[in-house]
Design a protein around this ligand. Structure first.
Ligand code: ZN
Length: 182
């Protein structure tokens, strides 16, 4: 069943998610519904607040061929996807990667955002077992984007002043339609 996706302007997108104490069957079910919702919307990632929830959980599924080069694609193969992360925390990040980014809460919008090239992230998997993954490139970008969501941070917050200025009208219009919280 696809869940409704919360759009920019809704105050929940600015709230911080709460860590989950234990990965219950209900939370596993939520993660499954989030994966279905993400696939339905042709997205590559989704965080709890985007479906109106406050538990710290996000899902990511990057299709083959999204990385810039074969080496990055090969490196990321060790990460099993769809990736479901409860209580994700980025432990380390390095390098820089400028690339195009969008978000299901910002329909038909995208822009270049500077992110770390490589991140190491700790999280609880669906079985409640602590895992640590290291990812590069677009997958690393998705991990940074989704962990940001769980902290109430949105990709447009990373825009340069020039980018913000050039998109202000559209962002203001979208926010006004969905509750007005920037
Ligand atoms: Zn997003």
């Amino acid at each position: 069943m696809a869940l409704d996706i919360v759009k920019y302007g809704n105050k929940i997108l600015r709230e911080k998610a709460s860590p989950v104490a234990i990965v219950t069957p209900e939370l596993r079910n939520l993660a499954e519904e989030m994966i279905a919702t993400m696939h339905d919307a042709r997205g590559v990632g989704l965080a709890a607040q985007q479906v109106g929830r406050r538990e710290s959980v996000c899902v990511i599924d990057i299709p083959d061929g999204c990385e810039d080069d074969a080496a990055t694609e090969a490196f990321n193969k060790q990460v099993v996807q769809p990736l479901v992360m409860f209580n994700p925390v980025i432990l380390a990040s390095s390098g820089e990667n400028m690339g195009k980014e969008g978000c299901l809460s910002f329909p038909n919008m995208s822009g270049e955002v500077l992110r770390a090239e490589t991140v190491t992230c700790q999280y609880l998997d669906v079985a409640g077992v602590m895992q640590v993954v290291t990812a590069k490139g677009f997958l690393a970008r998705a991990i940074q984007h989704e962990t940001d969501h769980l902290s109430g941070i949105l990709y447009v917050d990373h825009y340069t002043p020039e980018q913000k200025k050039s998109r202000e009208k559209r962002l203001a219009k979208l926010a006004a339609k969905n509750g007005g919280v920037r």
